[in-house]
Design a binder for this molecule. Structure first.
Ligand SMILES: [Zn+2]
Length: 100
């Protein structure tokens, strides 16, 4: 302990930083990668063809809603609460006024 040099201390600090921050960086990288893989147009085509059921709100939608919140708008047709910035109803796919 008393003879630990600056190089050894620096190495241990570097290992600690990698061990602490590494899993978080990897998780965020995986999240971004999965968002890039997401293909809404393909899902819409498959739903229109009847090949798959319309997906429930995806995890990315839930996260976006949690981060941006709801802004009080509701779908005029079915009454589904709109997420901030949402241009299309999640329930019936009709356009909602005030979306981006
Ligand atoms: Zn609706």
């Amino acid at each position: 302990m008393d003879t630990m040099g600056a190089a050894a201390l620096g190495w241990r600090l570097a290992v600690a930083v990698v061990a602490i921050a590494g899993p978080t960086v990897l998780y965020l990288g995986l999240w971004r990668f999965l968002e890039r893989l997401r293909d809404d147009a393909l899902i819409e085509r498959l739903v229109a063809r009847g090949a798959v059921d319309r997906p429930r709100p995806a995890a990315a939608d839930v996260l976006a809603a949690a981060m941006s919140g709801v802004d009080g708008r509701r779908c005029p047709a079915c009454g589904t609460v709109a997420v901030a910035g949402e241009a299309e109803c999640r329930g019936c796919r009709r356009p909602i006024e005030g979306g981006e």
